[in-house]
Design a protein around this ligand. Structure first.
Ligand code: HEC
Ligand code: HEC
Ligand code: HEC
Length: 210
């Protein structure tokens, strides 16, 4: 190969490898039997306390937050692992087994020390309390260990409509292209735990409009 060709080949590879794709509005498979629901790699967080949610097989000692063992929320058992990440402004690192994730707590979505390509990590408001998950998920207290098992998502009628008023939702979706059964399928378009898009959408807003 001619030297100039080699130069462009190397440049091309470097650009491709370093361009960081924004995170997607869905859980991330980070091990054979382990899913990370929230938070996500390469993102800008604007709340100083957020939930870490993992589902699957996990030696809990294997999780380090900014180099220190994570303090787990002891209310939860089974295969759902939950902890609160309390942060100070700046870079954050989360080590889960062999994987290392990076994100940053910013003062706001513009004023932060992260990579300029990083997207803001948006999430549904979740009031603290012993079981904030019960607002949307089936949850049961295990009789043997007394710990909460977080199960399936409830139907929108049992979860979302507890707080979101039907008429207001109609208004909020006036510009959206909707199927007849959209009221039963909020999750088709929204991901409540982690989205890089406005309104906690799975894809950018424009893609859903009429
Ligand atoms: C405001 C509603 C809401 C609250 C509150 C909530 N979730 Fe969720 N959760 C969802 C939705 C919606 C999904 C997406 C399900 C899908 O699209 O597959 C989900 C998905 C999940 C999943 C992934 C399930 C899977 O197998 O992919 C886990 C695990 C989870 N939630 C755990 C929790 C935990 C733990 C809490 C409490 C700390 C919690 N959730 C609070 C709405 C909620
Ligand atoms: C415990 C009450 C409660 C439940 C349950 C709940 N929400 Fe919400 N939701 C709120 C509040 C409060 C807000 C913020 C005010 C608003 O935008 O209406 C909000 C905001 C939102 C937003 C806009 C967020 C943003 O950043 O723009 C979406 C989308 C949403 N909710 C979807 C859902 C879906 C889907 C469910 C069911 C899986 C759900 N919510 C369940 C109370 C709730
Ligand atoms: C077909 C996709 C789609 C479905 C299904 C859907 N939404 Fe939305 N939702 C959107 C879009 C797009 C927007 C932004 C609308 C706009 O800005 O005009 C939105 C906006 C919202 C907002 C207002 C957010 C804000 O910041 O003001 C709430 C709340 C909301 N959705 C909740 C729900 C709930 C609850 C359900 C299920 C009952 C649902 N959505 C089903 C696409 C959808």
């Amino acid at each position: 190969m001619r030297p100039t060709l080699i130069f462009f080949f190397v440049l091309f590879s470097v650009v491709c490898c370093c361009a960081q794709e924004t995170f997607r509005a869905e859980p991330v498979q980070i091990g054979e039997n382990l899913k990370l629901v929230a938070p996500h790699d390469n993102s800008v967080v604007v709340q100083s306390r957020i939930w870490l949610i993992l589902k699957g097989e996990l030696p809990r000692d294997d999780v380090l937050f900014n180099g220190k063992p994570l303090k787990w929320d002891r209310h939860f058992g089974g295969d759902t692992h939950v902890g609160v990440l309390g942060m100070e402004i700046g870079q954050q690192s989360l080590q889960i087994g062999g994987k290392e994730l990076h994100f940053v707590l910013g003062r706001n979505d513009k004023d932060h020390a992260g990579d300029p390509s990083w997207n803001v990590y948006r999430l549904h408001n979740m009031k603290p309390g012993p079981n904030p998950c019960a607002r949307c998920h089936e949850t049961v207290k295990n009789e043997e260990d007394g710990l909460i098992r977080v199960g399936e998502l409830m139907t929108p009628a049992d979860a979302c409509y507890k707080c979101h008023i039907s008429e207001k939702l109609d208004e909020q979706h006036q510009a959206t292209k909707l199927e007849e059964n959209w009221r039963e399928n909020c999750r088709d378009c929204h991901f409540i735990h982690a989205s890089p898009h406005d309104h906690l959408l799975r894809q950018p807003r424009e893609t859903y409009l009429k």
